[in-house]
Each structure stands twice: as structure tokens, then as C-alpha cells.
Write a protein that binds this ligand. Structure first.
Ligand SMILES: C[S@@+](CC[C@H](N)C(=O)[O-])C[C@H]1O[C@@H](n2cnc3c(N)ncnc32)[C@H](O)[C@@H]1O
Length: 299
């Protein structure tokens, strides 16, 4: 099954598409997670009001809805026409946005050389083959202007929770009939050094990499002057905490995984969230988990 079929089948309605992008069960929840991720991305990109910004794999525009009001133009690109339809519906009313449908891991004929100031991709490289990941990185390098910045992330095999998440995939695969192909859009994982290698070989210079979570996150740039490099390095240092997933975020994610696997019940999860009640992460995860799993769904 192609990437397009895989994602189109999960996004026949806006509600289904919202669930497919990050497990959110309704509009309010996806807005909540969208605000969180958009803040992370804005810090990573050093987002400016004058920036023309591209999202690769925009899904329902979860992040774009929040970022578009903060930049000159936001362009959402995706392989799935159904996702783009859902995004257009959710972002209706915003005037500085555009959408492009992609084919075959390329921006060829879609975006010109040096045509964006910034670009990002969240929860997309973790759903494709490494060859496609690398092809897209080379394309991102082509369409970003000199001194432009990208932010990208994928599953981190070197983190204990990332490893656990990978073993879940191994378990799923082991249950499939021998003749069944692995899904095109299944979860895929990188070691941080491997991810950095692809980014550098695509022509980018690394500005920051955060790997102390189930995700490995990279901020990189193209063709920096010494002065701009210094500026950006100091920006990345100052905002590292706003960009990197925190240990608390990783723990929340692991607990959500435990609940999903039936290893803890909803009461245990609430007790954990109560123990970190004063954190932003608890405020993010509590409504997300309640809406996604509900009181009745845990064991
Ligand atoms: C898990 S969703 C994440 C959406 C969005 N980035 C977010 O964080 O809300 C993955 C998105 O990537 C898109 N996608 C998957 N494979 C792709 C590919 N090869 N090229 C472009 N988009 C792809 C899917 O259609 C889907 O919208």
C-alpha cells in the first residue's frame, strides 16, 4: 500500500484525520496539542513575522493553524489529499496559507529553489522509509534559502522509551501473517547519530540536536554566515528547554503507552498526573488522555 493510500484511508472524515495525526479525539484536544507543538517549532525555527514557512506532512494543519498567524505565509504540504481537505476545512478563514499535494518524496515542480525561509516536519519522518527521509531532506535543502532554518524530528532508538516503542512495532510485525507486507506508513526509528548523518549529508549544518526523549529533534541550517551562525547558536542555547521534549513529557508519554497497552489502569495514570500536577506537561496530557481513552477504557 502506498503512503497516499495508507494516510487517505485514515482521513476520510475530519474527525478520523484528527485522530490519525496525533491520537487526539476531538477539535479541542488537537488545538491544545497544536499550540504546544507550534510553540516548540516557533522557538526551533526562530520564527519571524516576515518568514515564509513550509510544513512537510502537515496533516490536518494541527501546527499550521497556530503558526500561520505568526508568520508571513504558511504552506502545508502532504501526500494525502484527504488530510489536505481536512486541513483546508480546519484552517478556513486564514488568508496567508496555501496547500500543496506531494507525490513520491519530492518537491519537484511544486516548490522552487530557495523559496522558503524556514521549514519543519513533525511526526512524518517517523512514518517513512529511510530512502524517502533522505530524499525529502535533499529537497528541503534545495527549497530553503541560504541562511534558512529547518526543524525536524523522528523516533529515537537510543532512548529507553523510544526503544520500548520500537519493540512494540517488532511485536506487531511478529503477529502479521508471513505474506503480509509491512505498512508503508508504519512507525520507523533512527539512532540520533544516523538521523544527524542524513541531515548533514543532505547539505545542512546542525545547530542543535535533542535526544533525551523518545524523539530525536534536529535544528539545522543551510549556508550560514559566521555572524548568523553565532546568532542562531546563542538562540538555540537560550531556548533549548522550549525546544527539547522534557523528561516529564517523556514520562507522560510512557505512561500513556502503558495505559494503551493495558499495563496500568486510568486510576494509576491519574495518580501519576496528580503527582506532577503543577507542570505544563500534566496540563497537556490530562485532557488528551481523558478525551482519548475516557474513564472507562483503561483496565
Ligand atoms: C502523524 S501525521 C502528522 C501531521 C502533522 N505534522 C502533525 O504533527 O500534526 C503524518 C502526516 O504525514 C503525511 N505523510 C506521510 N508520509 C508522507 C510522505 N511520504 N510525504 C508527505 N507526507 C507524508 C501523512 O499524510 C500525515 O498527514
Amino acid at each position: 500500500m502506498s503512503y497516499q493510500d495508507f494516510w487517505d484511508r485514515q482521513s476520510e472524515t475530519v474527525e478520523a484525520a484528527i485522530r490519525a495525526v496525533d491520537g487526539s479525539s476531538d477539535e479541542l484536544t488537537v488545538q491544545h496539542t497544536g499550540i504546544w507543538t507550534a510553540n516548540q517549532v516557533a522557538h526551533a525555527l526562530d520564527l519571524q513575522a516576515t518568514d515564509r514557512v513550509l510544513e512537510l506532512g502537515c496533516g490536518v494543519g494541527r501546527i499550521g493553524k497556530e503558526l500561520a498567524p505568526r508568520c508571513e505565509q504558511w504552506v502545508g504540504s502532504d501526500i494525502s489529499p484527504n488530510m489536505l481537505k481536512a486541513a483546508a476545512q480546519r484552517l478556513d478563514g486564514l488568508t496567508n496559507i496555501d496547500f500543496k499535494q506531494l507525490e513520491r518524496s519530492s518537491f519537484d515542480g511544486v516548490f522552487a529553489d530557495d523559496s522558503f525561509d524556514k521549514a519543519y516536519s513533525v511526526a512524518v519522518f517517523c512514518h517513512m522509509d529511510k530512502e524517502d527521509l533522505y530524499l525529502y531532506l535533499r529537497e528541503l535543502h534545495r527549497i530553503i534559502r541560504p541562511a534558512g532554518v529547518i526543524y525536524i524530528e523522528t523516533w529515537n532508538l537510543a532512548h529507553p522509551v523510544g526503544w520500548r516503542r520500537w519493540e512494540l512495532e517488532v511485536g506487531n510485525w511478529s503477529q502479521l501473517a508471513a505474506g503480509d507486507r509491512k505498512d508503508a506508513g508504519r512507525n520507523q526509528f533512527c539512532h540520533p547519530a544516523e538521523f544527524a548523518l542524513y541531515v548533514e549529508r543532505a547539505g545542512f549544518e546542525l545547530l542543535a540536536q535533542h535526544s533525551n526523549s523518545p524523539w530525536t529533534q534536529i535544528v539545522a541550517a543551510k549556508g550560514l554566515s559566521d555572524e548568523r551562525r553565532e546568532d542562531l547558536q546563542s538562540h538555540m542555547d537560550r531556548h533549548a528547554d522550549a525546544i527539547a521534549y522534557s523528561e516529564t513529557f517523556s514520562s507522560c508519554f510512557e505512561k500513556a503507552m502503558d495505559l494503551h497497552n493495558g499495563e496500568i489502569d486510568i486510576a494509576e495514570l491519574h495518580a501519576f498526573l496528580d503527582s506532577i500536577a503543577d507542570t505544563e506537561e500534566a496540563a497537556l496530557f490530562r485532557p488528551y488522555i481523558e478525551a482519548s481513552w475516557g474513564e472507562g477504557r483503561g483496565k
